[in-house]
Design a protein around this ligand. Sequence first.
Ligand code: BGC
Length: 755
Amino acid sequence: MRKIVIVWCLLVLPLTGVLAQSPTDARLEAKVDSVVALMTLEEKIGQMVQYSASWDVTGPPTAGNEGRLDNLKKGLVGSMLNVTGVKSTKEAQRLNMENSRLKIPLLFGYDVIHGYKTMFPVPLGESASWDLDLMQQTAHVAAKESAASGIGWTFAPMIDVSRDARWGRIMEGAGEDPFLVSKIGVARIKGFQGEDLTATTAIAACAKHFAGYGFAEAGRDYNTVNIGMNELHNTILPPFKEAAKAGVLTFMNSFNEIDGVPSTGNPYLQRELLKNEWQYNGFIVSDWGSISEMIAHGVAENHKEAAYIALTAGSDMDMEGNAYETSLAELLAEGRIQEAMIDDAVKRIIRVKFQLGLFDDPYKYCDEKAEKKELYSKENQQVALEAGKKSIVLLKNEKGVLPIASTVKHIAVIGPLADDKDSPLGNWRAQAEANSAVSVLEGIKKYAPKGVKVTYAEGAKLTTGERSFLKHVTFNNDDTSGFEKAIKTAKEADLVILVVGEDAFQSGEGRSQTDIGFAGVQDELIEAVYKANKNVVIVLMNGRPMDISWSADHIPAIVESWLLGSQHGNAVAEVLFGKYNPSGKLPVSFPRNVGQEPLYYNQKSTGRPGEIPDVTYSHYVDSRRDALYPFGFGLSYTSFAYKNLSLSASSFSGDGNLEVSVTVTNAGKVAGEEVVQLYIRDLFASTTRPIKELKGFEKIHLNPGESKTVSFTIDKALISFYTRNKKWEAEPGAFKLFVGGNSVDLLETMFEYKM
Ligand code: BGC
């Protein structure tokens, strides 16, 4: 315990330092200070408490929650989560505003991960669009719908770099690459928060989970994380640093430990780095109960010790942890914490409330008319369709099976997910109506040209029981009685669209799997259908990379459709019929089998990278070591040729830079979009470096025969990394540079950086 006290004493100093302030900041700070100066200790601690909706705010409290309602009325609650809709949020705000002494507005938080009522693709899927404007737009629409429903704060974006397909929460992030995750994180933050935080459509974003949560050992959710400083700084932290720079209003810490220290109680992460070094002045909310979970971690004996560790480490708000409200006053009375620590946390929370304009209008998100108009509007559906089609990745397309030819007169749509109107909504579906998505079957029927017959057979089901967000669900239905109809339907058709993959509740929180193949009897169904008709397109629905090796070997076309949200079926149909030329690229590697996980393109060389005649090099004896479909990969109905990779100079030094350019030509017959990707490799450095690192990308549109020259700038910042000196630095030396349409097929050149 003493050790932690010493750490706090060292760290508290910078808090008292004066940061450079603009006049607006100074005015804001004066307001924040004036509110905090009026507060009693009890009221201050109250601001650091967040309750989940455990009673119906518009009705009487359920047994055991009377005390909480009382606290709300006394102004002893800073925030609530899971209270949704204008009616409820307005009532909770009214109870607080009309009864509390200081009338500090409540902030309502909610997990708006990929939409509120209108669902967009699950974040991993949407990341495959590599379209930052689009992702900013979908986040903005999600913010508009949430704000119109009383919500002022989303617990998104999740910017955990995640490389393990077994981890169910891989669906919530932007994949395996820190550069891509950083860019997407910033785009989503901009979308949620908008340009003017006081606007009624702007909500606070939350960079989560700080930090390391995506590196859970063996892909098992909440598991231990063992990473060193190099991995932490070079891979995990960059998206968080960018989020802080972009002005994200809040951070959420994480459930996991890193090297023996739970992140919620980690002063290095929260105080030293985030609050001091990065000068972050928003607040950090704990993850759900993560403060009290330090008891289960075995670092705190009780709630009081957990509160002590969390506060001294820099956690500002206790989400449903029951630790701060019960223990902070006692800790202060005992002299173990100082009021300055509490004041710092409270100021951060009050500051965000001022920034959002809640002190001017506590009911700014409570407009019934806006709620009616905004939710699930036609315009929002249109954005969902755009996002859906741009997120689709064409993984395989042999013999020109796609787009569906005009000679195809009979399409069989088969599979357990083919007419599923619920799974496309994904996990973390906020207020989406169950079964409200357009199924693939519905989309195909709608888009099929006149005269084309569409028949359907479910073939198999995934689960026997009830599906739900919180309950355990198993996907092991072994009933094959639907096969006969599926085989018959396949035989009669010119083309089969086979819709298989994962149910929405196979990915998401608590949904880790050791098997990332097809659940239930889908493998058997795929083989049976393929035997009946070789002209098969697999439409894959999933929230994680799957093992699809058999299909990749046999099935002529594979369309990765993820879980695309409300407009799933329409988006898929636009791609199948060629109304939209697919342009998505994988934000995560697809393995050949689960044994390769965690698998990522930006791995290290190791000391034994090359293939040698004996077995003593880094490989598997029973599988290739590379990805089945690599990071950045995705086909189009056209093809793109890369030529003339050139550099403005062969080296640059100091704060200079060099320009890279490449000419990309649409060499096919239809217009299409291509994501031009830039990678580098630092050949020799003070620490080992990845064999390739994404450092730039641009999505371009090209008509048939058209060429465009795409340029990138390489500078010191771009080649810097967390070096052996424990600092971000650019080290002199030779670099390889690659440009192309995925992380494997690349043009290559070299440059040098001189000090
Ligand atoms: C998750 C967070 C989420 C929170 C609130 C936790 O279980 O880890 O990501 O924001 O619950 O629902």
